[in-house]
Design a protein around this ligand. Structure first.
Ligand code: ADP
Ligand code: ZN
Ligand code: ZN
Length: 737
């Protein structure tokens, strides 16, 4: 019997060997069912080794083979193995993560025609006996359907409950038919590829950029550095057009929040080709179908968030990453990969171009453009004739402030509103107030599991911890002195809404944050109300900042930036600069001039001065200089170990041992210049009841750092990691929490 090496979806970085019974045959990359412990598991075949580490009589046989051929083409297989190795993910988890959920659960990897139904024998009998007569709507529908000679699709003309009833009673059933894949080119037929009436006449800068993109061959990485509203999307669309003209497919990655129906609509309006958008409203069957459509060459364009990177294509010709600086491209849990960085590798492996677009590129990408790894293309002016915005800082120290709003800001709002325009306010804090405290003794109502104050939510009259999901009724008395004089401090979006409703009773307010948009579809409805001008005052967290175009917004205000100015995270300034420009980009997009206002107690902070007086480019250059002096990324590679657990002392001891291990290995392997920082407490030292400690290792050379990590991977099994400690590794970390 043949030995088969299998990857299982378990958090262990190793393979498992099984035997292939003579009655079965299987290829690499296929799914199999194997016994695992007392259960069975689905695994993926990765190899057929000559020998196993275990004696052959200990190996168990495979129970079933699920696929006729590999689910992974050689390109994606290579990418996933490289990525598992680089990010130190468990190989089984990495491979399974790249598949749609239905395939992870054993579904057949074939497209199904799910949308057609037929009337069953049972349904025909029911019509003659009249047994379902009492369900009038169902009966009427069934009569109509029985008159059809061919399979039919569900139609919205009849009530959804009537369809559901007929299916549940077995009167109609899904019609299974062999599915024949048709390439997107064939489906396009004689129709034109592009709806050319929608194609814009490019301005000079766009023309230069598009023509540079059109003569690229093989792998090339472009950094499309274009201010908000400069027409990057138009550049993408025209670049895509030439790739589609060569009969190739395109992958577009957007940030989590960017995948709104509006974005997708722009693509669909331009091209007459099959486009799949992998947004969060798809069910698992639709996701599987979209995955198969790309692999079969049925779809021409796939638009999706981070995980869409692992979509396989029949013939991929270009990758585009919009808002490349956005941190949602980094997976922050489990297997922590960076979709942008992996996309670069994927483009290189496939020898195709990749475009990274942003109005505020990450410092990493700016440095890569500087060093010649990326080709930088610039769009410095707003397209479509819109005007540039005016920036202004309000010094809160010199102002009367009510609920976070200065008198000057209120006056400006009044001016813009009375001119019939919309105003937008940003505050990165949801809820009513971030702290509830005792006015007599200063006691704060804290989440015990996180040791951080609860946020007060007035509408629901609850306290919520924004770090874990804990919820608590609002106490009537101080937990320390018993006083009933409890007060809130600080301002959240909910309070802002309340205060503004009092100050501007003649205007409607839309609030967009995680609380107000928790219901499915409510975000889209709220955005629609804004677009139609039904509300004039828009309040939101960062959710509102990204990618939404509201042409009537002429005033944008950032209510408070102060906490971001003094963070210990060296990336917080970069993030603030990006947020600021993102937000500023919301103002004055059409023919109306825009104003951007920032409220702060620190108008002289160097970051704000450079950013406001000289712009993002200048900020980026000075920030890069500082990073270089301090030997921080992108001038060094980092690996961050996170250890969490209930026993604080035990974690510290463990990380001290780990530090000693790394110091010793660094000497043994001769890795000079390795910096192993002493373990330190996370910025959020306790979360959901667990203590959190960090161990940071860095080296100017990515390769040498990887050499040390690979050594640890080998030794890990002998390393006694207490079972009460969770240890995870984050390569190229973006966050310290
Ligand atoms: P970005 O993606 O850089 O923010 P968009 O592609 O969304 O910019 O373009 C901003 C606005 O300018 C859109 O309304 C778009 O229709 C318009 N626009 C873009 N390019 C042109 C052009 N060449 N001529 C006229 N309008 C343009
Ligand atoms: Zn908590
Ligand atoms: Zn008290």
């Amino acid at each position: 019997m043949k030995i088969v090496r299998i990857a299982l979806p378990v958090p262990l970085n190793r393979y498992f060997d099984y035997l292939l019974p003579e009655t079965l045959s299987v290829e690499k990359g296929c799914r199999v069912v194997v016994p695992f412990g007392h259960q069975t598991q689905i695994g993926i075949v990765v190899d057929f080794p000559q020998e196993s580490d275990l004696p052959i009589e200990k190996l168990k046989p495979i129970q079933a083979v699920l696929d006729k051929s590999s689910l992974f083409d050689t390109e994606i297989e290579k990418l996933l193995h490289w990525a598992a190795n680089y990010y130190h993910g468990a190989i089984g988890e990495v491979l399974f993560n790249a598949l749609p959920v239905k395939l992870r659960n054993g579904e057949v990897a074939e497209r199904k025609q799910l949308d057609h139904f037929i009337v069953t024998e049972k349904g025909k009998i029911a019509l003659t006996t009249g047994e379902n007569k009492r369900a009038k709507k169902q009966e009427d529908l069934l009569k109509i359907l029985a008159g059809f000679n061919a399979p039919f699709v569900k139609s919205a003309e009849f009530s959804a409950s009537a369809w559901k009833g007929l299916i549940e009673k077995g009167y109609i059933a899904q019609f299974e038919q062999a599915y024949i894949a048709e390439s997107w080119q064939k489906k396009l037929g004689n129709r034109p590829l592009v709806n050319s009436q929608n194609r814009l006449v490019l301005n000079k800068q766009q023309t230069l950029v598009v023509s540079r993109l059109s003569y690229t061959q093989g792998f090339e990485a472009f950094l499309l550095n274009g201010v908000t509203g400069s027409g990057k999307t138009e550049v993408y669309l025209q670049a895509i057009e030439s790739v589609l003209n060569q009969g190739k497919q395109v992958l577009v990655l957007v940030p989590e929040i960017g995948l709104t129906p509006q974005t997708v609509q722009r693509f669909k309006a331009r091209f007459n080709v099959e486009i799949d958008a992998l947004h969060s409203n798809l069910n698992e069957t639709e996701r599987l179908n979209a995955w198969l459509r790309a692999k079969n060459g049925e779809s021409a364009i796939v638009i999706g968030t981070r995980s869409a990177l692992f979509t396989q294509f029949a013939d991929l010709g270009m990758i585009i990453i919009d808002e490349e600086h956005d941190s949602s491209f980094k997976q922050q849990e489990g297997w922590r990969y960076h979709a942008r960085d992996l996309a670069i590798l994927r483009a290189k492996n496939l020898q195709i171009p990749i475009i990274l677009g942003s109005a505020t590129p990450s410092l990493e990408s700016i440095q890569n453009a500087k060093s010649g790894k990326y080709v930088e293309l610039t769009l410095s002016a707003r397209a479509g004739g819109s005007q540039n915005v005016k920036h202004q800082v309000i010094d809160l120290k010199t102002q009367r402030v009510n609920a976070g709003l200065s008198d000057s800001l209120l006056a400006m709002m009044q001016k813009h509103l009375s001119q019939g325009n919309q105003v937008m306010l940003f505050l990165n804090r949801r809820g009513f107030a971030p702290v509830l405290l005792c006015h007599e003794c200063g006691w704060m109502c804290e989440c015990e599991a996180c040791e951080k104050p609860y946020t007060y939510h007035q509408k629901q009259r609850v306290l919520r911890c924004h770090h874990c999901a804990a919820q608590k009724v609002v106490p009537r008395q101080c937990g320390h002195c018993g006083s009933t004089n409890l007060v809130t401090t600080g301002v959240g979006t909910e309070q802002l809404e309340q205060v503004l409703a009092e100050k501007f009773p003649d205007y409607q307010i839309s609030r967009i944050d995680r609380d107000s948009t928790a219901r499915k579809g409510s975000l889209e409805a709220e955005l629609q109300a804004i677009r139609q001008g039904k509300s004039q005052i828009l309040i939101g967290t960062q959710m509102l900042a990204k990618g939404h175009h509201f042409p009537n917004v002429t005033l944008v205000a950032i209510v408070n930036v102060d906490s971001a100015l003094f963070s210990i995270d060296f990336r917080s300034e970069e993030r603030l600069a990006q947020l600021y420009l993102q937000v500023a980009g919301r103002a004055g997009r059409a023919e109306k001039p825009g104003e951007v206002v920032l409220q702060t107690h620190y108008p002289d902070h160097p970051l704000l001065k450079v950013l406001l007086n000289e712009g993002y480019e200048a900020f980026a250059q000075s920030a890069l200089k500082l990073r270089q002096t301090m030997q921080l990324p992108p001038f060094c590679a980092q690996a961050l170990f996170r250890a969490t657990g209930k026993n604080n002392e035990q974690i510290v001891n463990f990380l001290q041992n780990l530090t000693a291990y790394f110091q010793q290995k660094t000497v043994e392997l001769g890795l000079q210049g390795m910096q192993i920082l002493p373990p330190f407490s996370a910025p959020m030292p306790k979360k959901a009841g667990a203590y959190r400690w960090l161990l940071l290792i860095q080296h100017p050379s990515r390769r040498l750092l990887q050499q040390l990590l690979a050594q640890f991977e080998q030794d890990k099994a002998n390393f006694a990691i207490p079972s009460s400690i969770r240890l995870s590794l984050d390569v190229d970390p973006l966050e310290w929490n």
